[in-house]
Design a protein around this ligand. Structure first.
Ligand code: CA
Length: 761
């Protein structure tokens, strides 16, 4: 009996071989090992054929995969081994035709030469339909110029599926993935986007960092009918919108959002169904939930926990519209059903948000029913910006709040929550269980998304995870130690003098610290001097932590514009961190405009921290973060925090921080200056800002417990949004009072300036 099947198989092989006419094909599978063979195989492909890319690195391969498969016999393009084919250099993938399947490819180590890495069309006349891209990885496949816009995946055509893919590390401008509706052939498309792993996307610092967009405002009244389900959005932090819906008739279902800044936004278009989604903020900054604009949506059975976002980025936001809105502004919320959602341990629910002279159309004919709102603090998390009588509140459950802003339609009770087997908080009381989510809601797990053969780990800045290396004083001992250090290493400096004769390139996270436990400056017995225009240059992938060091600029060249730390002159894709702890900097006064930190265009710091440090005799600024001056809403750093530090005789400003334009897509920049002293700061004749602290377009500012002596004033310009500025409990001695201007708004100044002590002004 074993003889017959073998015989049959041989027979089939004999029949098929002459048809395909190639040595290494068997059945209708063809293995190709170069671009030419691939081209020939695509041309010859018949329904049911499988084209196999041989394992290895394929450089500069612009794959045009065209063909006409059949429903039961698609034409397949796959990797010999899943993950064994790496597309690098200037590679991309375009599909056109019908019933095509692509799987197992990895895009890494390069960037697309066109606007897309994967496009479901060859050109505007040749689209892909009924096709599928599955188990494909795109990993940090970025244009090296941060501002250059491209997209990783563009869906056109109809009935396409994008599933079980792994997209991580988009760092240049442009939406990670978009569905286009620009011609009738791409509308009512019934696409399915499911089980994808959308891995971390770092803060872009401008508009254009969305992870998924469906449609554009222009076609937003058209149905897309795209289903987005069971995807995992892991720290997709590019900007304010994680998912931006700009079309009608979509279903966004059962996706998990993990520590993701921003919201799922119904930006344009009507009649979308948003259900069974789970948001875990874990208290991280600017984590948000769902933002509602437009008509006829149903939003039900969604779960939001630990979300800290506010304003348009809140846990749940219902916007005001613009009367007779143009298509690209804000259509009124109408006929929207919001029911059985749980919003727990979150900070803000915003109703009629964005209410102003233009956005005056309040929500109408909408229902808010059987939702559960609970947190431990007993705080009322609702903010109501306008008349919400057009919303019918019914049978909602709110935790015990002393005097809730909304009372009709809410039962205010004590709510005890416990974590269910599914990992979600639900009320312990039987009577309360009918509010909020169904108790059986199960979040989509990270492991069920993407591919099993590619790790879901993304490198982020990490100090102190490597080896500890001792460095002796001397000439360029430090230079050599940094050059040979690995990411995360800690360089321990012993007391003595370190001279540096070349600029130290920082290309990985590295800590340079005193071997002694320096309690406070200026106790450090380490002195570093250097003879080039900068001591450190942070390059793409680099990050720097300095601890317990003394740095003098006295050997720097006698030329204008030296610095201690500067960033690469070229675009940096990876956001960096700069941490300065218990350090002392002095004699930064060789020639003029000698600054502590200078940055270049298209560089971005996630974090700049200065604590318990001293800066004395500086002819430039301490932090010069003003290189994005084109008013595009781009900026140079997300968080800048200075504490416990002294600044004496600084001719420039302590910080010159600029974020121009009126774009509202970002949360930052953030600035804080606390428990510090400024003595004679900002009086240099080259200090054009005529201020000691100059903040333009910063969104969150906290200046407190700071002594200003004989210094130029704080100058703050509010440009857009609702900036939160607090200047409290400071001492202004022989220093003019802070000036805060509203540049683009006729509204009252929103800055909180109080409890400051003033003397000698
Ligand atoms: Ca945006």
């Amino acid at each position: 009996m074993t003889f017959r099947p073998t015989f049959l198989l041989t027979l089939i092989l004999v029949v098929v071989l002459p048809l395909s006419g190639c040595m290494d094909s068997y059945g209708n599978q063809k293995v190709v090992s170069d671009q030419q063979e691939f081209g020939a195989a695509v041309k010859a492909a018949q329904p049911g054929d499988v084209i196999v890319l041989k394992d290895g690195v394929w450089r500069d391969f612009e794959i045009s995969f065209e063909g006409e498969g059949l429903p039961a016999a698609p034409i397949t393009l796959k990797a010999e081994t899943k993950g064994g084919v790496i597309l690098s250099g200037q590679s991309n993938l375009r599909l056109s035709g019908n019933h095509l399947v692509v799987s197992g490819l990895v895009f890494r180590g390069g960037h697309t030469p066109t606007s897309e890495v994967i496009s479901f069309r060859r050109d505007k006349d040749h689209l892909a339909n009924n096709s599928r891209v599955t188990e494909v990885v795109i990993d940090n496949y970025n244009n090296p110029e941060r501002r250059e816009s491209d997209f990783w995946v563009m869906m056109y055509g109809k009935n396409n599926r994008f599933d079980h893919n792994h997209l991580v590390g988009k760092r240049n401008r442009g939406v990670t993935m978009a569905v286009r509706l620009n011609t009738e052939a791409s509308q009512n498309n019934n696409h399915r986007i499911d089980h994808n792993y959308f891995g971390p996307r770092s803060i872009l610092g401008s508009n254009g960092g969305e992870t998924l967009r469906i449609g554009t405002s222009h076609y937003s009244l058209t149905n897309s009918n795209t289903i987005v389900e069971n995807n995992y959005f892991d720290r997709t932090n590019g900007e304010l919108e994680i998912i931006s819906i700009k079309s009608a008739g979509n279903i966004i279902r059962a996706n998990t959002f993990f520590e993701a800044r921003g919201t799922l936004t119904m930006r344009h278009g009507n009649g979308n169904l948003i259900e069974d989604n789970v948001f875990f903020g874990n208290g991280k900054d600017h984590t948000g939930g769902i933002r509602v604009i437009n008509a006829d949506h149903t939003i039900r059975n969604n779960y939001m926990e630990g979300l800290t976002g506010y304003r348009f980025g809140g846990a749940f936001v219902v916007m005001n519209g613009v009367p007779n809105s143009p298509i690209n502004r804000y259509h009124q919320v109408r006929n929207v059903t919001i029911e059985h959602n749980s919003i727990v341990t979150s900070d803000h629910i915003q109703l009629a948000a964005g209410s102003d002279q233009e956005r005056s159309a309040t929500p109408q004919d909408s229902i808010f029913r059987r939702n559960l709102i609970a947190n431990n603090s007993g705080r009322d998390i609702f903010t109501v910006y306008d008349d919400v009588s057009g919303m019918d509140f019914q049978e909602n459950l709110l935790n015990d709040v002393p005097s809730p802003k909304l009372s009709g339609g809410f039962a205010s009770e004590k709510i005890l929550l416990e974590r269910s087997e599914n990992g979600l908080l639900i009320p312990t009381s039987e009577q309360q269980i009918g509010y909020g989510i169904n108790a059986d809601l199960t979040p989509t797990a990270k492991a069920s998304t993407g591919v099993s053969w590619y790790p879901k780990a993304e490198q982020s800045v990490q100090f102190g995870t490597g080896q500890t290396i001792q460095v002796k004083p001397g000439e360029d001992t430090l230079t050599r130690a940094v050059a040979s250090a690995a990411a995360g290493d800690v360089l321990m400096l012993n007391d003595g003098v370190y001279t540096v004769s070349r600029i130290i390139d920082v290309t990985k996270p590295v800590t340079i610290r005193s071997a002694n436990d320096v309690k406070e400056v200026p106790a450090s017995g380490i002195e570093i001097t250097y003879s080039r225009t900068a001591l450190f240059e942070i390059k793409d992938g680099g990050a720097l932590k300095l601890q317990g060091l003394k740095v003098s600029g006295r050997n720097a060249p006698d030329a204008a514009g030296n610095s201690v730390v500067r960033t690469s002159k070229y675009s940096m894709l990876r956001n960096y961190e700069l941490i300065v702890d218990r350090c002392e900097f002095r004699e930064l006064d060789i020639n003029h405009s000698f600054s502590f930190l200078t940055v270049s265009l298209s560089t971005f710091a996630d974090k700049i921290v200065i604590k318990d440090s001293n800066f004395t005799d500086v002819t430039g600024a301490i932090l010069k973060l003003d290189r994005e001056f084109e008013d595009f809403g781009i900026y140079n750093a997300e968080y800048v925090a200075i504490s416990g530090s002294d600044f004496t005789n600084i001719q420039g400003s302590l910080v010159d921080f600029y974020r121009g334009g009126t774009d509202e897509s970002t949360f930052g920049p953030h600035f804080s200056l606390t428990a510090s002293m400024l003595n004679n700061v900002g009086h240099g004749k080259r200090n054009k800002s005529r201020s000691s602290v100059h903040l333009h377009g910063v969104q969150v500012t906290d200046i407190s417990d700071v002594t200003f002596r004989n210094s130029m004033p704080i100058v703050i310009n509010h440009t857009v949004g609702e900036p939160q500025t607090s200047i409290q409990s400071n001492r202004f001695f022989d220093t003019k009072l802070p000036r805060v201007a509203e540049l683009n708004s006729e509204y009252e100044n929103t800055a909180v300036i109080r409890d400051n002590e003033v003397r000698g002004n």
